[in-house]
Design a protein around this ligand. Structure first.
Ligand code: MN
Length: 257
């Protein structure tokens, strides 16, 4: 079993080191990860500057690019083979609800999924790496389970996993959840630069607005490890007919396409 491991916090982050140590005996695991912290880079690709790949003393390879760059470069030439599974994380902080749109951790996994390879993104719900050993063990449990089911040969999947920062014995079982929502972000933070210009810092993500039962927010607050299967089609299928109608004569007729 060949596993490509990446993340968005950078190749030196404790989360990817712990995850590598936890799963390295489950197959042939190769690390290709960003050189620097690339959190909130989503699926961004670097198109206007070259990418360089270097190898650290521990064998991890690192790229001066985004999480999606790492997986893209790995899959389109660097590895020279097609891995059975792409794993990302463990991220320093939650990737639940709307966070998944921005997440570089999810972005790395999604890049694998877009190439038709099953992928799993792992995050701890709190920043600071508390009980990282427990999160890595839980991640191992899940990877082992999907490999045992022969999942990589079946229809590719993309799983988003969020693990509460708790000791292993206190973590409740995996709970399959839908994404919650957090509509509002915290206010932007403005400061004055030494040159007298106003600078803006993007604020925090804000509290969950939909953390009802069945969501990832709800599951993790209860102490469960949340697992959300994701899909990538952004089409609003329910609205296709509405918009076809709304454009009236401006819309292409069915007869003429
Ligand atoms: Mn991150």
């Amino acid at each position: 079993m060949k596993i490509l491991l990446s993340n968005d916090d950078g190749y030196q982050a404790p989360g990817i080191v712990a995850l590598y140590e936890a799963i390295k005996d489950l197959g042939e695991v190769e690390v290709v990860a960003p050189e620097h912290n690339n959190s909130a880079k989503s699926n961004a690709l670097t198109l206007h500057s070259p990418l360089y790949v270097h190898e650290a003393a521990n064998g991890f390879r690192y790229v001066n690019g985004t999480p999606a760059d790492c997986v893209h470069v790995a899959l389109t030439g660097l590895l020279g083979y097609r891995p059975d599974l792409v794993v990302s994380g463990i991220n320093n902080g939650a990737n639940m609800g709307d966070d998944t749109i921005y997440s570089g951790t999810v972005g790395a996994a999604m890049e694998g999924y877009l190439f038709g390879i099953s992928a799993i993104a792992f995050s701890q719900t709190q920043k600071g790496w508390g009980h990282l050993d427990a999160a890595a063990r839980k991640a191992r449990d899940l990877v082992q389970q999907v490999l045992a089911q022969g999942a990589p040969q079946a229809k590719p999947f993309l799983l988003n996993v969020n693990i509460p920062n708790l000791p292993y014995e206190e973590l409740k079982p995996f709970k399959v959840s839908r994404l919650g929502r957090r509509h509002a972000a915290e206010k932007v933070i403005s400061q004055t630069s030494p040159h007298g210009e106003t600078m803006y810092w993007i604020g925090g993500a804000g509290p969950a607005k939909d953390d009802a039962q069945g969501t990832d927010f709800h599951a993790t607050v209860q102490g469960h490890v949340s697992v959300t299967p994701l899909k990538v089609d952004l089409t609003d299928h329910d609205e296709l007919a509405h918009w076809a109608q709304a454009f009236g004569p401006l819309a292409a007729s069915k007869a003429r396409g």
